[in-house]
Design a binder for this molecule. Structure first.
Ligand SMILES: Cc1cc2nc3c(=O)[nH]c(=O)nc-3n(C[C@H](O)[C@H](O)[C@H](O)COP(=O)(O)O)c2cc1C
Length: 210
């Protein structure tokens, strides 16, 4: 898919466990021909290396995604932005953007977004996404959660964000890590208003559950 149906999304990767959710989301968006503004925090980059084997020193993120996802990644396009560069166009509401996902979203970035800190490009772009009333999806990952984190999730939900805890379902009978990743990626794409075939939708059971 590309051309008239192609949209533009901001994708932020922060330093929580669950880099596979970012990889599966990026693969799906790019394979479908969308344009991605990618922003990674320092610890987001670290976890991508630790969990997904991205060799950041010798390999661009686009080359890594192509290595693991194949050439269909090149259906889409991507700009990578420095998390500390607040001069980028996406830090303004006047830049065209159809929504944003922070995947995975650390408790620290959740807190900053909940309180409108805008102290780096991820926080600022999330702030802009909320003020422009565009879809903002936060894939929060921490366990257990303290009261501060729980309250921060309420705050962002009240401000209009969708909180998608990194909690894949098991009724899909996942076999691989990729199946788990695709479940969360599919929920993200749905919230961004995109159709997908990343998992089979539940169509109801055959009995009364007893
Ligand atoms: C290997 C590793 C795993 C981490 N996992 C989590 C996590 O699952 N959730 C979380 O909230 N923080 C986690 N952290 C801590 C965050 O990376 C840390 O709070 C950092 O300041 C987050 O900053 P950022 O949101 O700008 O990336 C982890 C750190 C490391 C090094």
């Amino acid at each position: 898919m590309s051309g008239a149906s192609s949209k533009t999304f901001a994708v932020a990767i922060t330093g929580a466990s669950g880099a596979i959710y970012a990889v599966r989301t990026l693969r799906a968006l790019l394979a479908d021909g969308h344009h991605v503004h990618l922003i990674m925090s320092k610890y987001g980059r670290y976890v991508m290396h630790e969990e997904q084997g991205w060799q950041a020193d010798s390999e661009s993120i686009l080359d890594f995604l192509t290595r693991v996802g194949g050439d269909e990644i090149r259906n889409g396009t991507m700009d990578e932005h420095n998390v500390n560069d607040l001069t980028r166009a996406i830090s303004s509401g006047s830049a065209p953007c159809d929504g944003m996902v922070v995947v995975p979203c650390s408790a620290k970035s959740l807190s900053s977004i909940a309180h409108g800190s805008s102290s780096n490009l991820i926080e600022r772009t999330a702030d802009v996404t909320l003020k422009e009333r565009r879809p903002l999806v936060l894939v929060v990952r921490e366990t257990p959660m303290n009261l501060i984190q729980l309250r921060n999730m309420v705050t962002v939900a009240e401000a209009g964000a969708a909180v998608v805890p990194a909690m894949p379902a098991f009724y899909q009978k996942p076999v691989t890590f990729e199946d788990l990743g695709d479940f969360i990626a599919g929920r993200i794409l749905g919230l961004l208003g995109l159709d997908h075939e990343l998992f089979t939708r539940w169509t109801g059971g055959g009995g009364d559950g007893t």
